[in-house]
Design a protein around this ligand. Structure first.
Ligand SMILES: [Mg+2]
Length: 263
C-alpha cells in the first residue's frame, strides 16, 4: 500500500469514515475485484471480497456501486457473486439503479454509424485469436493473454483498419491488453460525477480501479474522495493510493469495514 499523493492522510480518511453519515464505495470489477481472465465469464472475485462487501453494506451502512466497462448484459455473473446496491456499465453509458431500473444513454447517430463501420474489420482479427467485444458505445479488441507475435500482428492490423476513425465522434483508446474505439460523450468519470451528485457533500467515498479507463474516474474523485489504483505493478496514474491485489485490496476493504462499523 503506497500513498501516491504526499498530502494523503489515510489514517484521517478512515477516521472520517468512522464518523460519516454516508459511505460510498465505487468499484471496478475486472482487474480490481477479480483477477483478469482472458475469458471474462471466468473472472471470479478474489477470495473474501464478496464476504467483505456484504459486511460493508450490512454492517457499516456503505452504498456499494459497481462501475464497469462491461455491458450490463455481460455483468450478470459478477453481479450474482458481488453484493452491491447499484451498477454503472459500459463505461457510464448504462445504469442499473438500486430500484431495479435500467437506464441507457443514447448515442449520437454519427457515432453509431462509425462504430458499425469499425466493427467489421475488427471481427476479421478473430481468426488470429483476438477477442472482439461490441458494447453499447464502443468496439473493443482484446489481445491480452495471446502470444506476443500474434498480439503484435493484431495490434498492427487494427491500427491500419481503424486509422482515421479516432475523430470528433469517437476516441481511440489503448487499455491493458487491447484497444477500444469508444463514442465520446460519456466515460467512467461521468458515471462517478453522476453518483457523487446524488451524495451528501460530506459523504466519505472511495473509487477503486485498475485500468487506464479508470483514470477518468480518479480525476472525477478529486476533492470528493479517495482514488485507489489496484494493480500488481505501479504505473503513471492520477490515483491517490496504490494497492497490490489481492492482499492489500483485502486489507483496505477490511479496514473500511472496521472503521465504518455501525456501533
Ligand atoms: Mg478493470
Amino acid at each position: 500500500m503506497q500513498a501516491l499523493d504526499s498530502r494523503l492522510d489515510l489514517d484521517g480518511f478512515f477516521r472520517n469514515l468512522g464518523h460519516a453519515r454516508e459511505r460510498v464505495l465505487l468499484l471496478d470489477y475486472d482487474g480490481t475485484l477479480a483477477p483478469f481472465h482472458r475469458r471474462p465469464e471466468h473472472a471470479f472475485p478474489y477470495p473474501r471480497v464478496a464476504e467483505i462487501l456484504k459486511e460493508a453494506i450490512a454492517g457499516c451502512a456503505t452504498r456499494v456501486v459497481i462501475v464497469s466497462g462491461r455491458r450490463l448484459a455481460d455483468l450478470r455473473g459478477p453481479l450474482a457473486r458481488i453484493p452491491h446496491d447499484e451498477v454503472w456499465a459500459s463505461h457510464g453509458w448504462e445504469r442499473f439503479t438500486a430500484l431495479g431500473e435500467h437506464v441507457a444513454y443514447e448515442l449520437r447517430g454519427a457515432a453509431k454509424r462509425q462504430l458499425q463501420l469499425a466493427e467489421a474489420p475488427a471481427r476479421r482479427l478473430a481468426i488470429h485469436g483476438a477477442r472482439i467485444e461490441r458494447k453499447v458505445a464502443s468496439v473493443a479488441v482484446h489481445w491480452r493473454g495471446m502470444h506476443a507475435p500474434a498480439a503484435e500482428l493484431v495490434r498492427e492490423r487494427l491500427a491500419v483498419a481503424w486509422q482515421g476513425l479516432g475523430n470528433d465522434e469517437l476516441d481511440l483508446l489503448e487499455f491493458d491488453g487491447g484497444m477500444e474505439l469508444r463514442a465520446r460523450g460519456r466515460d467512467k468519470g461521468h458515471a462517478v460525477r453522476d453518483i457523487l451528485a446524488g451524495c451528501a457533500p460530506d459523504a466519505v467515498c472511495a473509487y477503486l480501479g485498475d485500468d487506464h479507463t479508470d483514470e477518468d474516474a480518479f480525476a472525477a474523485m478529486k476533492g470528493r474522495g479517495l482514488s485507489v489504483l489496484v494493480r500488481g505493478e505501479l504505473r503513471r496514474t492520477g490515483a491517490d493510493l496504490w494497492l497490490a491485489p489481492p492482499e492489500e485490496l483485502i486489507e483496505f476493504l477490511e479496514r473500511w469495514c472496521a472503521s465504518g462499523a455501525v456501533r
